[in-house]
Design a protein around this ligand. Structure first.
Ligand SMILES: [Zn+2]
Length: 239
């Protein structure tokens, strides 16, 4: 989602015909109200950025769930970038995903190995046995099954390495890892934190990945605040 044009600039097949939708102007027309719009992960990260001291903080926010999304803020400003693409952490190259096809059309991207479906698919490759969901892999890992442990820690390590490298590039005051996957247990969180720490340059040592401040309604809370920071789209623009 590009908050400046108000357009959905890119989308997967999860919602057919979504790419190209004039989200801001269309919603303004239907409500008769000015509208600000952004993607869900940046909306979720907004309150995390606002909570940093003095309004000049830098934030690295990752959302690891059915995909791997993210938001980047530097010196108090959320980054959107060309086409609103900034923050798509799932499409960073990842050594752990080498050769595996990604939903974006490239190969070897982080999302393929670190998302919930990515971890489940890796378990299937390791065992040759189909598995219905990530929670099944997590339960088997908690029981000590080696392939399940490896699938979980490989995904966590890939995410941790990518976030550590990004931390070196951005200099965040805070690193937040949200989404459903981190909630599967300490095996995931510990492996992610270890891989993250191993990448950090000396001034950043002491930086730890943290859980989000807000709960399940964080995206809605953040979306409600977008009108204070983003351009507004007004009714009538489509006519
Ligand atoms: Zn990709």
């Amino acid at each position: 989602v590009d908050p400046h044009s108000g357009l959905v600039t890119s989308a997967t097949d999860s919602i057919s015909g979504w790419a190209g939708t004039a989200l801001g102007a269309g919603l303004a027309d239907r409500t008769g109200l000015p509208v600000a719009c952004d993607n869900d992960v940046r909306a979720t990260a907004g309150p995390e950025l606002a909570a940093l001291a003095d309004g000049r903080g830098s934030l690295l926010f990752a959302a690891v769930g059915t995909g791997v999304g993210g938001a980047l803020a530097v010196d108090g400003r959320m980054l959107h970038g060309a086409y609103g693409i900034a923050g798509h952490l799932g499409h960073l190259p990842s050594a752990e995903a080498a050769g595996l096809p990604c939903t974006c059309g490239a190969t070897g991207h982080l999302e393929v190995i670190a998302s919930g479906p990515g971890i489940a698919a890796h378990y299937e490759r390791l065992t040759g046995a189909p598995v219905d969901r990530l929670e099944t892999v997590a339960a088997r890992a908690a029981g000590g099954e080696a392939a399940a442990v490896r699938a979980v820690t490989t995904g966590a390590t890939a995410a941790g390495r990518a976030l550590g490298g990004l931390a070196n590039a951005l200099g965040p005051d805070r690193v937040v890892v949200g989404g459903g996957v981190p909630r599967i247990g300490p095996l995931y969180g510990d492996a992610l934190a270890a891989a993250f720490a191993a990448e950090l340059m000396p001034p950043l040592r002491g930086l730890l990945p943290e859980p989000p401040l807000l709960g399940h309604d964080a995206a809605v809370t953040g979306a409600a605040a977008l009108t204070t920071t983003l351009p507004l789209h007004h009714p009538g623009a489509l006519r």
